[in-house]
Design a protein around this ligand. Sequence first.
Ligand code: NAD
Length: 250
Amino acid sequence: MHKLDGQVAIVTGAARGIGRGIALVLAEQGADVVVNDLSVGTQPQEVVALITGLGRRALAVKADVSMVADVERLFQATLEHFGRLDILVNNAGTSQAKDIFQIETADWERLIRTNLTSCFLCSQAAMRIMARQKSGRIVNISSVVGHQGALFGHVHYAATKSGMLGMTRTLARTGAPLGITVNAVAPGCIETELLHETLSEKGVEEMRGKIPLGLGTPRDVGLAVAFLCSEGGRYITGATLDVNGGLYMR
Ligand SMILES: NC(=O)c1ccc[n+]([C@@H]2O[C@H](COP(=O)([O-])OP(=O)(O)OC[C@H]3O[C@@H](n4cnc5c(N)ncnc54)[C@H](O)[C@@H]3O)[C@@H](O)[C@H]2O)c1
C-alpha cells in the first residue's frame, strides 16, 4: 500500500524543476496529480506521461495561477476530472536577478502576483473544497530566503517568500478546525533551470561548495512534501520544513 493512495493533488508550476519533482514523488506514493503550469510546450505532457507510467491518473491544466479566472478554471477542471481535492502544493514561482536599484515597479508587481497572489488565490479555492470534505493538506514552497533574506539582493523575491511563511501560519490556524493542515517547505539551493537563470554559473558552483550536503534535487523537495501530506504529517501544521542540505541552520 502506498502512503498517498486515493489522494488527488494539484501541483502548481509542475512542468519543470521542483514542481515536476514534487508531482512525480506524490504519484510514486500513490496520488493522482493535476499538473498545472503556464508552459505551453511539451513539458507538462511529459510529466503527465511519467505519472500515468507509474499507474496513476494525471491531468495537465494550463493556467496562470496569478490570475483569478485561470485559478477558478484550474480548480473546476480538477473537480470535474477527479471529483475531489486532497493536496494543494503552491509551488509556481519565479525570481529575477535584480537588486533594489534595478527593480522597477512592474518587476515588483509581477513577482508579488506570481509568487504570493497565486498562493492566496489557490489556497482560497482549495480551502473551500477541503472545508466541505473536512480534510486536506496544503504545502507552500517558500525558500531559505524567506528566513534569512536573499543572498544576492533580490528583495522582491525575498518579500514573497517571507510573505508565504506568514500566510502558512495564519491559514494553519484557520484550517485546523476544518481538518486542513497548512505547512511550508523552505528549499535551499536546488539544481533547477531557475537556479541557473537566477545565479551565474560561477554563483551556482560557489553555492555547491558552501552547502554541507551540496546542491539539492527536485526529488529531495518532493520527498519532504510527500511526508507532510502522508500519515506522518497529520499532527504537523503551521510548520516550515527546511530542505537545504545544511545551508542554513536555525
Ligand atoms: N531552485 C531553487 O533553488 C529554489 C530554492 C528555494 C525555493 N524555490 C522555489 O521553488 C519553486 C519552483 O522553483 P524552480 O527552481 O523549480 O523554478 P522553475 O522556473 O524551474 O520552475 C517553475 C515552474 O513554474 C511555472 N510557473 C511560473 N509562473 C507560473 C504561473 N503564474 N502559473 C503557473 N505556473 C507558473 C513555470 O512555467 C515553471 O515551469 C519556486 O516557487 C521557487 O521560488 C526554488
